[in-house]
Structure formats: structure tokens, C-alpha cells
Design a protein around this ligand. Sequence first.
Ligand code: PLP
Length: 360
Amino acid sequence: MREALVDLSAISRNVETLRAVVDDVATLVVVKANAYGHGAVPCAGAALAAGADWLGVVDIDEALELRAAGITAPILVWMHAPGADLAAAAEARVDVGVNSTEQLDEAAGVGGVTVQLKVDTGLGRNGAPAHDWERYFAVAASHERAGRIIVRGLWSHLANAGDAADSAQVMAFSEAIAGARSAGLDPEFLHLAATGGALRTPAARFGMVRIGIGAYGLSPFDGPSPVALSPAMQLSASIIGVKRVPAGTGVSYGHDYVTEQDTTLALVPLGYADGIPRHASGRGPVSIGGARFRIAGRVAMDQFVVDVGDAHVVAGDRAILFGDPQNGVPSATEWATAADTINYEIVTRIGNRVVRRYVS
Ligand SMILES: *Cc1c(COP(=O)(O)O)cnc(C)c1O
């Protein structure tokens, strides 16, 4: 009834396109959060088939899920609470992003952990702050010399706060690299840029880029991507009811929408429990039978209504919320605009009741 159709060949194509843009720089494809809602294991396979060198996730459990599915590619995982199961990561040959001397000590205490040192170059989130780098690198070097950890990478993340801020972060990252080297470290993988930086800031590419949203065919920018990408997910549902109503009929909670004339209402079984933003009430675009409509009234937990006027629509017809605009359907980015958010949030929040189906 509810379906997110994921085109794995689109993901492979997008990864190939982005690899060509960054040339001989390594690519890590980010499959966190169930591959932005697209399904972690199949998307990881599509990315690797297209030549991705690494996979990236947030939680150790996400990495273990990939390993359990037989994926042997290098994986980096980067958010951990104190006491996280670093031993399981080491056992599964998963690199652990660390953010502080405390996490370094924890990793050293476990033994056998390969780490990638994260530094904060200006995002103000995770990673060791600049005033702490000297101590952080010294502790990392001493643990490495003692054979308690292996330091395989040094990395950071851009704030996307404009060209000047990006340049400042590139400079700060270069300083971090120099600092790590003078502490006696020789991290093999140096990486700063996500999709946005990989596309727009060549100086931020260093030795590897971390590609998330671009792999799924969506632009990280306010505007379109400078290279053509194919949106991989098409979200649709079968219309479960259609009825003719007179003018003056109130539609959905609060009657925010009232019909202006005799018309046909179509009921679509997708609601905010499925990740359809309630904020897009009255605005979200929907394609039915090749024609475009808007949601009438409020999005409810499980459903919304479309006023299709006099169009010939019957129960069982498919309502397509978003997909590849090349196919004449709305894009996830249009939904983001309708809901005053970003395309990342639109695809990532698609819920578990929506069946993922794969084509390749
Ligand atoms: C999610 C994430 C990415 C991917 O970002 P996109 O903008 O989706 O390419 C890269 N790096 C880190 C640390 C992330 O958390």
C-alpha cells in the first residue's frame, strides 16, 4: 500500500558521478540512519559496486549490521557514548572516530581499536577543540607507540557557513594535520568534506570525501547540484478511497480546507507517522495520474486528503509524493520547501510502515 521504491542503479550512478568529480580522492559513502531512509545494506552494496572505498555510519550497531550482512569494506563509525562497545567495533574491524583524549583513553583501554581522530575546525559539535589539539595528539601518539591503538585517520566536518568560513576550516584542518605529524602521528586518511564540500570546495577534499546526500541523488545546497544526480527514492501510496462531495465540505482536522465547488476527494494512507511532515499541510505536492495536486487540509497521523477536482481518479490509483523530477513527479526538495525544512529530513524520516522496494 505504502511504498518507497529505491533505485539502486541511481545510487551507483550518483556515486560514480561524484567519484569522477573528486578524481583520485577516496570516497566514503555515508549510510547512517538506514542510508538516509533508503535501506542501509542494499545502498551500501550499490555504493561499493560503484567503487566507493569506505562506508560511514554513526553508531557501532549500524556498522555491525553491515558486517552481519557480509559487507567487508572499511567502515568508519563516529558517535559514541561513554562505555560504548568499542571492543565489538575492533572485533568487526570497524574504525572508531574519537573526539577527545577521554575517548582515546577508552579506546586504548580496550586494545586493538583502530581510531580516526576527529578535530573541531569550526563546527562546534564533535571533535577535539583547537586549544586541546597538542595534548590530544600527544596522547594519541603515546597510545599508538605503546601498541594500544592504531591511528588511521584525522578528520573534521564543515559548518557550511559560507566560503570564508569554509576556507578558515580548511586552514584549521591543515594546521591540525601539521600538529598531528609533529606529534609523531602519520594518519593515512585525511578528510573534511561531505557532499557539499566535495562538490564546491576542492581545497576541502584532502585525501577522502564523505558522500551522503549526493549518493541518494539530492542536492546538499539550497539550489540544484552542479552535477546531475538522480534521486533514488520514489515515495507513493495507493489511494484507498475516493468520494464526490458538494461545495462547502470541510476536509480533515480543523477544517482548514473547505471545498469551493462539487469535487472529488482522494484519501492517501500516508501521514506524519510515516514521516509526511504535518508542516506541509495544505502545501505538499502530490502527483496522481500524471497531474499535480496539493494536500487539502491537515496531514493526520495516518492519512491525508487530496482534492482532485473533476479528474478521473479511482481507489487503487497511485499517489506519488516525490521521486525523480525527470519523471514529471515532485521532488523531495519541493516537499522540503513545502515543509520549511531540507531534503535530507524528508527522505530520512520516512517511517517503518513504508515498505522499501528495490530495483536496480
Ligand atoms: C552525515 C554526515 C556526512 C554526510 O553529509 P552529506 O551532506 O549528506 O554528504 C558526512 N560526514 C559526517 C560526519 C556526517 O555526519
